[in-house]
Design a protein around this ligand. Sequence first.
Ligand code: MF3
Ligand code: CO
Ligand code: CO
Length: 283
Amino acid sequence: MTTYLEAEANPTRNTGVIRLYDAAAFEGMRRACQLTARCLDGLAEIVQPGVTTQAIDDFVAEFARANDTVSATLNYRGYPKSVCTSINHVVCHGIPNDKPLKEGDIVNIDVTFVVDGWHGDSSRMYPVGRLKRAAERLCEVTYRSLLIGIEEVRPGGHIGDIGAAIQEYAEGERCSVVRDFCGHGVGKLFHDAPNILHYGRRGDGPEMRPGMIFTIEPMINLGRPHVKILNDGWTAVTRDRTLSAQYEHTVAVTETGCEVFTFSPAGLDTPGIIMAPVAGAAE
Ligand code: MF3
Ligand code: CO
Ligand code: CO
């Protein structure tokens, strides 16, 4: 059984109950999420061969400072940087360092800014120069997985519908879905209930209700789904060292469906990745 809670009366601590947010909270989340999206937009020009992930961290830290905000990842459970940068076979939580990016790399940049206590959490893939077709296709499949998950968000649906749709699509494209990390409730807390699995069965999990806010952030691999964590305690990599990609949006359940808070105001949701039109789609 699922318990739901008015978020206003119980603002913090992950108690396992699912919070329902009011209009003022939605406004706060829009502001935090749009700031995060603008930072991700700015990074599209920065990411190039020769640039270090530390330079990306510097950009994000300076963007935060210039906008009177803070990064939620800096010092989060001991995480040392303002952003996560996950290159090629790194699945997530890559730590910026002084190694330069090289032509053909794909890098996920995951930013979370806190504005008036609200967390805006989003990530995108960035191509470094020209990509091989396999890398570009993985990015395309991964963003499409996220959109297909978002299409399941509506009151009365179940959280499991999201993962089921993502898994069905991604595996149909001969890719695999990472099981070890999931999306999460988000608001005044960075990581809150419920967990949003990116695989599973339709009808499983809690029912979606208007006012819920959570992330969807599928990690999709070209090879097998298994991951391991490196000795730094953070960096997750594919065990078979095949490429991995991830995109993340923060979304809300509305009375009629879904609102995506982290869409790019500049239309740069898949910077440098061309999304082929869907066969059979209307218009
Ligand atoms: N932004 C990540 C997420 O989507 C979490 C990063 S936590 C960190 O949930 F400590 F690794 F930065
Ligand atoms: Co997240
Ligand atoms: Co994130």
